[in-house]
Ligand binder design. Structure first.
Ligand code: NAD
Ligand code: TDX
Length: 331
């Protein structure tokens, strides 16, 4: 199988490439990535010359047409992915997430190729802390931020292309990922690298907000289950029953890193901050037999702390600039 992986130099995409080379050596992998601030060739260094790397944008019609035509399956990770950035400057989110996905869809339609579209639980909006409901495949879309609105837009385009044009596509909506190669602007690696740099972790607001954490390898195993056994036109929720509030996550990071429990700062909250995400992954568990391998958050988080400790060369050069950007917003 010839796989085109968009966004393969980013966090989840690079882990997907490494998983694929290890577990599916029969696949030929081409990565299409624009190498924005979030993408890095260093995240693919371990793949060596076993992949073809193309630097380019998913909105480039001619390039996308050629690459989609030359592959069997497209796994679409490329996106602008950070909520805080989408609040400060929404424009690239519309271009990449909406126009980029549209460009891929038109090429997939023309060439009759299979597409898997990687999306997020944030398209469903948020839940109250005490709501017994969790997001499932039938939950209505209700996004809150410019990021989640553009991801919702991209999902709806894929759904329309499935129904109207009969393209062979699947969609997954996953909860918050953590693991190696995650950009240090994101919550967990920001706090780990803060501690490693002698800075206190930074908690938005009171820290009551809940996220449903999943290790990136479990997310990618679910994507593979969909590629191999998913129903054409099917939608799948991916989550590992990992609900934690942000305060508890910081407490665990401090404990794992040998710091006092109160060694963190409260900083400005995120405007429109979603309160809680929670996934009901019954469908993918029952229909595709997928199960998360990381059953405790502590185990996955300890491995992630060790990865950032061992790979300082990957994140240290950008740490000061990331923190300077946050400081401008009192975060
Ligand atoms: P990331 O920001 O780490 O990586 C995105 C990658 O896409 C980068 O390598 C970047 O260079 C590339 N890219 C950006 N714009 C591009 C463009 N116009 N053309 C080509 N490449 C471009 O993101 P991530 O966290 O790895 O997320 C990957 C996907 O998974 C996204 O679609 C995101 O919405 C989704 N997702 C992420 C999470 C999470 O917790 N991180 C959870 C659920 C779903
Ligand atoms: O320094 C911080 N302090 C803090 O308290 C940062 C960066 C974040 N937070 C809070 C905000 C959120 O409640 O932590 C939580 C997680 O924040 P992010 O890492 O920015 O993730 P989130 O906004 O939940 O979105 C993530 O999960 C869904 C990914 O970035 C998205 O790409 C994915 O779709």
């Amino acid at each position: 199988m010839n796989l085109l992986v968009t966004g393969g130099a980013g966090f989840i995409g690079s882990n997907f490439v490494h998983t694929t080379l290890r577990d599916h050596p029969e696949c030929r992998v081409t990565v299409l990535d624009a190498l924005t601030y979030a993408g890095s060739r260093a995240s693919l260094a371990a793949a060596g010359d076993r992949i073809t790397f193309v630097e380019g944008r998913i909105e480039d019609v001619a390039l996308v047409d050629r690459l989609v035509g030359g592959n069997d399956v497209v796994v679409h990770f490329a996106a602008e992915s950070h909520n805080d950035n989408s609040i400060n400057n929404p424009s690239p989110f519309v271009t990449t997430n909406v126009v980029g996905t549209f460009t891929l869809l038109e090429a997939v339609r023309k060439h009759g190729r299979r597409l898997h579209h990687v999306s997020t639980d944030e398209v469903f909006g948020d839940l109250e802390l005490d709501d017994p409901e969790r997001f499932r495949e039938t939950t209505p879309y209700n996004p809150s931020s410019p990021y989640s609105a553009t991801k919702a837009g991209s999902d709806l385009l894929v759904k329309a292309w499935i129904r109207t044009f009969g393209i062979k596509a699947t969609i997954s909506n996953c909860s918050n990922n953590y693991g190696p190669y995650q950009h240090i602007e994101k919550f967990i690696p920001r706090q780990i690298t803060n501690v490693l740099s002698g800075r206190k972790p930074r908690l938005y607001g009171e820290g009551k907000n809940v996220r449903d954490w999943i290790h990136v390898d479990d997310h990618n195993a679910a994507v593979w289950a969909i590629l191999e056994r998913g129903q054409p036109g099917g939608y799948y929720m991916i989550g590992a029953d990992g609900e934690q509030n942000n305060k508890a996550v910081i407490a665990l990071i401090l404990e794992l890193m040998g710091k006092p429990a109160d060694w963190y700062d409260h900083v400005n909250d995120r405007p429109g901050h979603d309160l809680r995400y929670a996934i009901d992954a019954t469908k993918i568990r029952q229909e595709l037999g997928w199960r998360p391998r990381y059953t405790t958050f502590r185990e996955g988080l300890a491995a992630t702390v060790a990865w950032y400790r061992d790979n300082a060369a990957w994140w240290q050069p950008i740490k000061a600039a990331v923190e300077a950007k946050y400081a401008k917003h009192g975060q």
